[in-house]
Design a protein around this ligand. Structure first.
Ligand SMILES: [Zn+2]
Length: 375
């Protein structure tokens, strides 16, 4: 049994004098008290739930598309050190064989000192070539029920998230076929507003990196962004690196979709490494000044960490920390279907914790009670 004592984000608010006890990786007690056990460790920052990233490709030189156990371990260990205690391993548009290999490797990925892989997010290949971003255009193809079935069979216990374009051939059939089994996310799409609304009716429930790689909101032509902002219960991802989305647009999304925005990194292999040129599937990506771009200037994922996303939402977007924390914890826990055990500092939840400094820097991280970072 271990005890931490100090300020913590509990029940939707920052509270003082919180005693957090955990045992065998699970929180066994969370209580506000002035009676501190002698063996409790006082923490000098703010304890928040571990972050959950539902869209991340890689980091520290490795990528889930490497389809290699060593790469998987590297990515989950790196992001754990930056506050991510659970994640959706995210793939890119690739050949059938490469996707199959990547999913097999992800399904075998271990936890140990890394973030827990709680979901697999297929970003493509059923997307629009016109909004491919840094995705391989040659690999983009029509939605295929058999292909998705075969992939799911590799990791049947995993939560599955699929980013697709509603205009992609076969998209409606695919969504209607798997809607109980898969969380479909609208993204990398040229769809207009009406088609995005239709896709929600077919069963899509999520939007991939809202604003990026989709039709924007014009007041006479509200696009996919307009469909997201006026949706009733769909969720949406935001890349809060200060480059992909203007701070004002970050605020608009949070205001229009309270409790339905999930901060993501969309981080690639180069995340955590020095500026330079790196591989993203078949492309070369150049990283400079915190931005990853293809040779033609197209943004190619990010070099963001969840810790920095949280900090940016406070410091760039100007939102209160109490508003921001759920966007990195409770909301993505729902999306990843682990809200019964992750995303909150609460009894019987996993002992996934982050300690933030006064400047909202990640200083300490625990994954299931195991401390993996201490700055
Ligand atoms: Zn991505």
């Amino acid at each position: 049994m271990k005890h931490l004592y100090g300020r913590a984000f509990v029940d939707g608010a920052v509270r003082d004098d919180i005693l957090v006890r955990y045992e065998h990786g699970v929180l066994v007690d969370v209580v506000q008290t002035l009676r501190v056990p002698a063996d409790a460790e006082r923490v000098d920052g703010l304890l928040v739930p571990g972050f959950i990233d539902v869209h991340v490709h890689g980091g520290d030189g490795a990528d889930f598309m490497d389809a290699h156990g060593e790469s998987t371990s590297r990515v989950i260990a790196f992001h754990a050190r930056h506050g991510t205690t659970a994640l959706a391993a995210t793939t890119l548009s690739a050949s059938r064989g490469d996707l199959q290999n990547a999913v097999e490797a992800i399904a075998r990925g271990s936890v140990e000192d890394g973030a827990e892989i709680v979901a697999i997010h297929l970003e493509g290949p059923f997307i629009s070539p016109d909004r491919a971003g840094a995705q391989d255009r040659q690999s983009i193809r029509g939605a295929d029920i058999h292909e998705l079935s075969a992939l799911i069979a590799e990791a049947p216990r995993m939560r599955w998230i699929v980013t697709l374009a509603p205009e992609c051939e076969g998209a409606q059939r695919l969504i209607e076929h798997f809607r109980e089994r898969v969380l479909f996310s609208i993204g990398h799409t040229s769809a207009d507003h009406a088609l995005a609304v239709a896709a929600l009716e077919w069963g899509a429930q999520h939007f991939t990196h809202l604003y990026n790689a989709m039709t924007g909101l014009h007041h006479r032509d509200p696009g996919v962004v307009g469909a997201a902002l006026t949706s009733v219960d769909a969720t949406a991802e935001l890349i809060a690196d200060g480059v992909h989305v203007h701070p004002a647009a970050l605020r608009v999304a949070v205001a229009a979709m309270p409790h339905r925005i999930a901060l993501i990194t969309d981080a690639i292999r180069a995340c955590g490494l020095a500026d330079g040129t790196y591989k993203l599937y078949d492309y070369d990506v150049t990283v400079a000044d915190g931005t990853a771009r293809l040779a033609d200037g197209t943004l190619a994922g990010s070099v963001l960490t969840m810790g920095n996303a949280v900090k940016n939402m406070v410091e760039l977007a100007g939102l209160p920390i109490e508003t921001v924390i759920p966007l990195a914890t409770e909301v993505p826990a729902r999306i990843a279907a682990v809200a019964d055990r992750k995303g909150k500092i609460e009894m019987r939840y996993d002992a996934d914790l982050v300690m933030l400094s006064e400047k909202f820097e990640v200083e300490r991280v625990w994954v299931r009670g195991n401390e993996v970072a201490h700055v």
